[in-house]
Write a protein that binds this ligand. Structure first.
Ligand code: ADP
Length: 266
């Protein structure tokens, strides 16, 4: 296990219910694990525990054998990188500068990037196919280009673990598949572990080795996509009828069905 949770319970201050209860998650090195489930299921809370931003009330959140919260931020950033949908300050910054930030965990305070750092930055920009746009202000990029730039910054950290927090939420079907292909190619080649929070069951079924279906802060089922994407489990999690079809190489696809009577999920 390269990272994971052991019998974790966590409740946000002031809340009457746990965000997570008795959650076990063992992520094997080099695998791609997708965390799926309805809004409020606890997916993002798991990522916050793995980055040490939150500490479990009960149980352990570990990264590379140490409690996640015990890592110094800078040391953790040499092993764990996060791609989400934002986080940059509202200042003009080029793609190259953004990706260069991925080298900060390796630099001394106020030290400039070395020749090797610049080479790593170039390689990461190239690997996401943004070389032609490397001098552009990131505010001029399309949604898909910006997400690729954020991915390149994460890759510049040379992480062993890549945490994806809904990085494709605003991308269309083609850009989403392209982004996930890039992640997949890079991580498989480099043996990087992926833990991805996503709402897109079908994309994760195609790219993930294992899926963790969460509901109300607990794991409903963990396993290969074929075992997790079943109508019964998805309906139990999402409170909505779901059809599942097997599309061969494209994987299993879950399709929201039609509710004949009663209300939808709140
Ligand atoms: P998901 O990512 O699956 O949508 P979250 O992990 O964001 O779920 O949320 C799990 C539960 O924790 C929800 O009930 C949510 O309202 C609560 N929660 C999330 N973030 C906070 C916060 N910052 N403060 C208080 N409660 C929170």
């Amino acid at each position: 296990m390269i990272c994971g949770l052991e019998e974790v319970a966590f409740r946000y201050p002031g809340r009457s219910a746990n965000a997570l209860t008795d959650v076990d998650l063992a992520v094997a090195e080099g695998t791609h694990v997708a965390l799926v489930g309805p809004n409020g299921a606890g997916k993002s809370t798991i990522l916050r525990l793995l980055t040490g931003v939150l500490t479990p009330d009960v149980g352990k959140a570990t990264v590379l054998g140490h409690a996640a919260a015990d890592w110094k931020r800078r040391d953790l950033a040499r092993h764990v990188a996060v791609v989400s949908q934002g986080g940059e300050a509202e200042v003009p910054i080029t793609v190259r500068e953004l990706v260069g930030m991925g080298r900060h965990p390796y630099l001394g305070a106020w030290s400039p990037l070395t020749r090797e750092d610049h080479a790593t930055v170039d390689a990461c920009i190239d690997s996401v196919d943004l070389t032609e746009l490397s001098a552009c202000d990131i505010r001029e990029l399309s949604g898909g280009e910006l997400q690729r730039a954020r991915l390149a910054r994460a890759l510049a950290q040379e992480p062993r673990i890549l945490l994806l927090d809904e990085p494709t939420a605003h991308l269309d079907l083609g850009h989403e598949a392209g982004f996930m292909e890039l992640v997949s190619q890079y991580t498989v080649q480099q043996g990087v572990t992926v833990v991805a929070v996503t709402h897109h069951l079908n994309v994760s079924a195609r790219f993930a080795d294992r899926m963790v279906l969460l509901a109300s802060g607990s794991v409903l089922r963990e396993g290969p996509p074929g075992e997790v994407l079943t109508p019964e489990l998805l309906e139990a999690a999402f409170h909505w009828p779901v059809e599942v079809v097997d599309l061969g190489v494209l994987g299993r696809h879950a399709i929201a069905g039609t509710r004949v009577s009663g209300d939808g999920p709140s």
